[in-house]
Design a binder for this molecule. Structure first.
Ligand code: PAF
Length: 291
């Protein structure tokens, strides 16, 4: 069946309700467009788990803290729609700003602790914008499941928190990071890197892998592992480190050791482009968790 694109919530509901009436389960893949392999892997996963896949395509102004970042965010809806159709999306929801933020709009959703730390520190208001728009998209679509990349790990945790706290009847599915050949995590922002910045950006994944290699030798001290990651990134002249940390995977609070595992999160800017990456860190092979 040919893929349709709808702009208004009423048309979205008509299409989704039709699918639901015929017994189909509905999956949502929220995107801001500029689709890459990472998005396509979310669509693929959604297709394996749901009968009717809605992809939203909306560059959400409220999650940008920097107007230049918003304006320069890559946009190519014609290409995105073609890729979505080829990937097997059932319906594209491409609302205008006025369809999402209606006249008099006055409500926000915020996961307080999770929004203020890490990415939230350098991007105040970002996660409030994300949480609000994702809540709206899930509700507008009436999705059974919604699919998010693990690359934006903090975003994924914010969304999980909001859905649990507000009893939103949707299952959040986190999907593995898709990487370029040199390890760089796929991101719509990668196309804005210069050639030098692009090759330098592979340092983020190297630092994360390095942390695991050191952990594998038996070093579980999170302070030492953070320092190794930071040093690795700082040696790269094109990179300006923001943070290299290790936290617990749920609340993202700093851990002292990785005796019970942890997740390493890194962020750095390359020129004006901010990139993030992460990796689950495991204790050294053979190490038994003692409680
Ligand atoms: O990850 C993104 O592309 C965006 O933050 C999202 C989830 C589509 C909300 O605008």
């Amino acid at each position: 069946m040919a893929m349709n694109t709808v702009e208004h919530v009423t048309d979205l509901r008509i299409a989704v309700n039709g699918a639901k009436r015929s017994g189909k389960t509905v999956g949502l893949v929220p995107t801001m467009g500029a689709l890459h392999q990472g998005h396509l892997s979310l669509i693929e996963r959604a297709r394996t788990e749901c009968d009717f896949v809605v992809m939203s395509l909306f560059v959400n102004p409220t999650q940008f803290t920097d107007i230049e970042d918003f304006e320069k965010y890559p946009r190519d809806p014609i290409r995105d729609r073609a890729l979505a159709e080829k990937a097997g999306v059932s319906l594209v929801f491409e609302p205008g700003v006025g369809d999402v933020y209606v006249k008099g709009f006055d409500t926000v959703v915020v996961a307080r602790h999770l929004s203020d730390i890490l990415e939230g520190k350098s991007r105040p208001g970002h996660f409030q914008g994300v949480a609000t728009v994702v809540t709206k998209l899930i509700n507008m679509v009436g999705a059974d499941k919604a699919f998010f990349g693990e690359k934006d790990y903090q975003q994924l945790q914010v969304v999980r928190r909001v859905v649990e706290d507000l009893n939103i009847p949707v299952k959040i599915v986190g999907c593995p990071i898709v990487r370029e050949a040199d390890g760089l995590a796929m991101s719509s922002r990668n196309v804005r890197l210069s050639e030098r910045q692009r090759s330098a950006a592979a340092i983020l994944k190297k630092a994360l892998d390095y942390a695991q290699e050191i952990a594998d030798t038996g070093v579980h001290d999170a302070y030492a592992l953070r320092a190794w990651m930071a040093q690795t990134i700082e040696v790269e002249a094109e990179a300006k480190l923001d943070y290299a940390t290790i936290v617990d995977p749920d609340e993202l609070r700093d851990v002292d050791t990785i005796d019970s595992g942890g997740i390493a999160l890194v962020a750095a800017t390359f020129g004006k482009i901010r990139l993030i990456d992460n990796k689950v860190l495991k204790p050294a092979p053979g190490y038994e968790v003692r409680r």
